[in-house]
Design a protein around this ligand. Structure first.
Ligand code: CTP
Ligand code: CA
Length: 226
């Protein structure tokens, strides 16, 4: 299914991609964030658009931008903002690829003023964020194809398969943090693709651009068979 002829083979497809980290505010000057650069999702948006898809990229606080000028970029900072963007666009797309590194928790209260230091220790209370991908899976029609990511460090396959099922996905991209040169901050990645029929494809260590092409090849194959 890894096609060599990719010219405009996604014409007519409308795709939504989520990418980048979330920043959950603590006070006006501080936030809880993560190391995601957004590069994998940006590469996916470019790969889709280069092949003729109409692409909406929901992009978090990343310093990088896609190269393809046809991509519509919508910015978010928090998980709550991302959920609103996805809810706004989900019914109008046929394909979703959710690669954003969304914070699982946010501060339960955002201070209006900068928090001053006082005691030797302090506690920050956190509350669970909405799971944006789960929401999309719950609101997915038979005609829509949904791809998620999983970042695991232990029992990788079991956990990724669990997420594939729980979130009603067609395909999950398992990100391995074990491989040297893969994941956060690198221009290369090493991923495993698991689909809902239990097929498993181990990709080699590739540039994020090449990895994106192969993920898009697989997603296109699934989408075409619907
Ligand atoms: N995701 C999301 N919204 C969240 C959390 C995760 O949309 N609030 C999406 C991510 O974009 C990714 C997938 O869910 O595509 C899996 O994210 P991951 O952090 O690996 O899994 P979680 O379901 O959050 O579980 P955990 O972190 O406990 O392993
Ligand atoms: Ca998580």
């Amino acid at each position: 299914f890894f096609t060599s002829e990719r010219n405009n083979d996604l014409a007519g497809v409308k795709a939504l991609v989520t990418a980048g980290p979330t920043y959950e505010p603590i006070d006006p000057v501080r936030f809880i964030g993560n190391h995601s650069t957004g590069k994998m999702g940006i590469a996916l948006a470019d790969a889709l658009a280069d092949r003729g898809a109409e692409v909406i990229l929901c992009l978090g606080p990343s310093g990088f931008l896609p190269r393809n000028k046809t991509i519509e970029i919508r910015r978010f900072a928090t998980a709550g903002e991302l959920l609103l963007l996805v809810q706004e666009h989900w019914t109008s797309v046929n394909l979703g690829i959710f690669s954003a590194a969304v914070a699982d928790y946010r501060p339960s209260h955002v201070a209006d003023e900068k928090i001053k230091k006082s005691e030797d220790s302090m506690e920050l209370q956190l509350v669970k964020n909405p799971d944006v991908l789960f929401w999309a899976g719950q609101n997915k029609s038979d005609q829509q194809t949904l791809v998620g990511f999983a970042l695991e460090t232990t029992n990788e396959f079991e956990h990724a398969k669990g997420k594939l099922k729980k979130k009603n996905l067609d395909l999950i991209v398992l990100n391995s943090l074990r491989t040297e040169g893969a994941g956060f901050g690198h221009d290369t990645n090493q991923v495993t693709l698991l689909d809902k029929d239990n097929n498993c494809v181990n990709l080699e260590l590739l540039s994020k651009i090449e990895t994106a092409q192969k993920i898009v090849d697989y997603a296109r194959e699934i989408h075409q068979s619907k």
